[in-house]
Design a protein around this ligand. Structure first.
Ligand code: NAP
Length: 212
């Protein structure tokens, strides 16, 4: 698939490398042309740099990987028209680190970041994914032979099916928890991941749902 990534921080770059290793083509969008030159040289020919608008235009699936406070401006720069009708993966978490650690959780029920992105993009199919684990686990979900559980949420079943396939290629066990209103709980889960990570000093961790 053609995947557009808006934002070239650690999450954007990690996902770009992961998708390319699974045979996809990536346009990674940055506000600063040329910034990624050194990294691109190691990422291989199937990742190219562009603007946020280039990434939105090129991708069949778009990932928005900017911090919560920049979601609206990044979407503006990408262009809503280019995102119309597309699958948009929101990875963002409502964490305010300005007062130190642990970060303050800033979402409220009914106003999660996933819901905000869906409201900003009413004609796109927003799927919350890649948010409830640290970047180093996103594309490497195996723990001693056992797959972590990747929770996703969104209103469009067809879009969630496409996203599930992308996640399963990495080896995740995928669990669809429902509509985009469930993003609040996935964002809270991310805070649990982060808070426990600071407490334990452990980043190589993922959630696993057991059933019987
Ligand atoms: N880090 C993790 O382990 C992790 C795990 C789960 C979820 N997340 C979520 O993933 C998202 C990205 O996290 P990250 O760690 O990759 O952050 P990051 O390294 O700080 O990168 C964020 C990117 O946002 C873009 N950006 C910065 N200021 C902007 C502005 N004013 N307007 C528009 N875009 C701007 C920048 O892209 P350019 O420089 O390319 O323009 C920057 O590289 C966040 O929402 C975070 O909550 C992070």
């Amino acid at each position: 698939m053609k995947i557009g990534i808006i934002g070239s921080g650690i999450v954007g770059k990690t996902l770009a490398v992961g998708f390319v290793s699974n045979g996809h083509q990536v346009v990674i969008g940055t506000r600063t042309h040329g910034k990624l030159a050194e990294w691109l040289a190691t990422a291989g020919p199937n990742v190219v740099e562009g603007s946020f608008a280039d990434a939105a235009e090129a991708g069949e699936v778009i990932i928005i990987s900017v911090n919560a406070e920049n979601l609206a401006s990044a979407i503006e720069a990408a262009g809503r028209d280019a995102l119309d009708g597309k699958i948009v993966i929101d990875v963002s978490n409502p964490m305010d680190f300005s007062q130190g650690i642990p970060p303050r959780f800033t979402a409220t029920v009914g106003d999660s970041l996933g819901e905000r992105v869906q409201r900003l993009l009413p004609r796109s199919s927003v799927v919350k994914a890649f948010n409830s684990m640290g970047f180093s686990v996103m594309t490497e979900p195996m723990f001693n032979g056992e797959a972590g559980t990747h929770f996703i949420a969104g209103n469009d079943d067809a879009a969630k099916s496409v996203v599930s396939n992308l996640l399963e290629e990495f080896g995740w066990e995928v669990l669809d928890v429902g509509g985009i209103e469930q993003a609040f709980f996935l964002e809270a889960l991310a805070s649990l991941w982060v808070n426990y990570s600071f407490r334990s000093g452990q980043r190589e961790q993922a959630f696993k749902l057991l059933t019987r």
